[in-house]
Design a protein around this ligand. Structure first.
Ligand code: PRX
Length: 633
């Protein structure tokens, strides 16, 4: 924790905010001074949103792990950096001090080097939520290899797409993972994925479940063999501030997931700064974020933000409902957690089990709560506030994206006013605007518009891996001079933002992003499918769920069987996490004369609101709508 980074009052926030907008270089330059640089920068920021080209701390040299680990050793070497809570509460907790974590990271980093990994190589990580996942991420950063963590729920095809796009040289995985009462194979998925990949030379396997999977000769090796005899001293690779730190794939409105690229210097400064302020972290606090490191929240607010701040971060292997729906609350009491960050979906799913589970625990240690990933409805907000925070703890609603690298709009610990369903205020340095259809900035309060960002911030994406034009088109071409978020929002009289949700073809299921085109492509790989259209509809627990309208190549005789086949296709192409909850077979899709699918109509059908479908007369075949409405699920 760095006292100089922390805002101490709402007044101070307002002052800092004004300064950050007036003089971004002065503001961020001062914050960056609090970190260890092997060489200082020549300029704080150079940018244009046309190409786009964004450079923070140009000319500087650093290694993020020196800041996340080495920097703490002298004063906090014996402080606990990581508390790992296993899936099964009867198993042992693992704790690493900063010194121990440092040693493990260096040892594994030396192992990576021994396996031929060099600065700039891409390494994919497909692992359970175990300490070795954090170690693998940091070991890559230590030697300048670019990590690309792939969430361990993705299918072999989805893994292969990501490995191929990044041309990864290595994959780090485990035999399998624990998930509640289930155990799920990972190495088997990698073996299948690698049938579709040619760039991978080495697979490192961590022995997690003792399954002894088949090991491919000259390709696969055990983690324990890789670290054996390796020194715990590994110099930190000097990185340019703008060198790539990691790639993380995320879905957009086009079919193929994009590899969002984050770089070293700006990402470091921004994740640490936002972590310390949003969570008002103090030296003896125990912070826990329930996300998976496979998503951006885990990168920024389990690994980097907390460790850069010298915090104690909790990592949980399991799920909220195992062995019972009191598991989260039990862990909070067990480790005296002070800051707790979770997703609205988790809160809603636990609400469904009633209050008894949460009321059995004291939760006295809690100081600040957080929610992230999707809009939180008022009912869930109140439940969280009342039963978890006991009306004592502020809820910070963190709005941000894989592309933004860090929290953009949020409450600030207990300093800022809060209002259910409103994310809150822009972080210092963040300049959000709401644009109307014509791209004009909306000045009035309480008017909904497209949420865009007007100026660069240190942790913003720099490119999409291997395809810069895609980055430009997706984020910088909708409105000239603005970063386009894809979200709709409004702002109240006090400058507080409320996020309405995606206005593009992105569906947010349980806080996980999927593009409609991505799921349609998956469904269409089924040989009996002619075409399909996918939309999101509101779901009481998941926020949104997936509804697929599917045209088959003939009459569907056995609906259950055909649905089962489509489900299998999606599981194989993407993973269980993207399953359509509803599949409706239709003879045609509502299309305009130019062949564009009218999703607006399908969305209304999926929402169960067919009273006013608008003008359907311009459709190629208006009758198809009657059939869709009549058979809606
Ligand atoms: O629609 C917004 C929603 O999640 C999207 C970003 O998803 P992803 O890149 O997977 O990152 C999730 C974790 C940061 C956004 O475009 N979203 C995220 N946080 C919130 C949110 N919607 C409302 N409120 C939030 N706090």
């Amino acid at each position: 924790m760095n006292a100089n980074l922390q805002i101490k009052s709402f007044e101070e926030y307002k002052e800092k905010y004004a300064k950050s907008i007036e003089d971004p270089a002065g503001f961020w330059g001062e914050i960056a001074e609090e970190f260890v640089w092997q060489k200082k920068w020549d300029t704080v920021v150079e940018w244009n949103f046309d190409e786009p080209k964004i450079e923070w701390f140009k000319g500087a040299k650093l290694n993020i792990t020196e800041n996340a680990l080495d920097r703490h050793l002298e004063k906090r070497g014996n402080k606990i950096a990581l508390i790992w809570e296993p899936n099964d509460p009867k198993e042992n907790v693992i704790r690493f001090t900063y010194q121990e974590l440092h040693n493990r990271v260096c040892q594994f980093a030396n192992g990576l080097k021994a396996k031929g990994i060099q600065k700039g190589d891409r390494v994919c990580i497909y692992m359970p939520m175990i300490p070795e996942l954090m170690i693998a991420v940091l070991a890559c950063a230590r030697i300048g290899a670019i990590h690309s963590v792939i969430f361990a729920g993705f299918s072999a095809t989805a893994v292969a797409d990501r490995v191929n796009d990044a041309q990864a040289k290595m994959i780090i995985t485990a035999d399998g993972l624990n998930r509640g009462a289930k155990q799920i194979p990972l190495k088997r998925v990698i073996d299948e994925a690698l049938e579709l990949c040619t760039s991978v030379e080495t697979v490192i396997v961590h022995d997690c479940l003792g399954w002894m999977p088949t090991m491919v000769e000259d390709r696969d090796c055990w983690w324990h063999d890789v670290v054996k005899d390796q020194s715990i001293v590994c110099p930190a690779e000097p990185m340019d501030a703008e060198d790539m730190l990691f790639i993380l794939y995320t879905s957009g409105s086009t079919g193929k997931p994009k590899g969002v690229v984050h770089t070293c210097g700006g990402y470091m400064v921004y994740t640490a700064y936002t972590f310390q302020n949003v969570y008002q972290y103090e030296a003896s606090d125990i912070y826990w974020c329930t996300a998976d490191i496979g998503w951006i929240t885990g990168h920024s607010y389990i690994v980097y933000g907390p460790l850069l701040s010298g915090a104690t971060t909790v990592m949980f292997e399991g799920i909220p409902t195992y062995p019972d729906p009191g598991r989260f609350w039990q862990i909070i009491d067990k480790h005296s957690v002070t800051q707790f960050l979770t997703a609205p979906t988790a809160i809603r799913s636990l609400m469904a089990f009633g209050e008894d589970h949460v009321l059995s625990y004291s939760l006295d240690s809690l100081k600040v709560l957080g929610t992230v990933g999707e809009p939180i409805n008022e009912e869930a907000w109140k439940w969280y506030y009342l039963h978890v925070g006991k009306e004592r703890c502020p809820i910070t609603d963190n709005w941000w994206q894989t592309e933004t690298g860090g929290i953009m709009i949020s409450g600030i610990g207990n300093l800022s006013p809060m209002k259910p369903t409103y994310a809150g205020y822009p972080m210092p340095g963040i300049h959000p605007v709401l644009l109307d259809q014509e791209g004009k900035e909306i000045q009035e309060a309480n008017v909904e518009g497209y949420l865009c960002i007007k100026a660069p911030w240190p942790s913003m994406l720099r490119t999409t891996y291997g395809d810069h034009e895609r980055c430009r088109i997706n984020y910088f071409s909708h409105y000239k001079g603005y970063y386009f978020t894809g979200d709709g929002a409004k702002r109240d009289e006090d400058g507080m933002y409320r996020i309405i949700g995606r206005i593009d073809d992105v569906i947010n299921v349980s806080g996980h992003r999927f593009g409609t085109a991505e799921i349609e492509n998956a469904i269409n790989t089924n040989s009996h499918v002619i075409e399909s259209a996918v939309v999101g509809y509101p779901h009481p627990v998941k926020g949104q769920s997936i509804y697929a309208f599917v045209v088959m190549d003939g009459a569907v005789e056995d609906e259950a069987m055909s649905k089962g086949e489509i489900v299998e296709t999606v599981v194989a192409e993407i993973g269980k996490i993207a399953l359509p909850e509803k599949i409706q077979f239709v003879t045609g899709l509502p299309k305009t004369r130019s062949g564009k699918i009218m999703r607006r109509i399908l969305r209304k059908v999926a929402e169960g609101d067919t009273s006013n479908l608008g003008d359907t007369s311009t459709l190629l075949d208006p009758l198809v709508v009657d059939e869709i409405v009549a058979n809606a699920l």
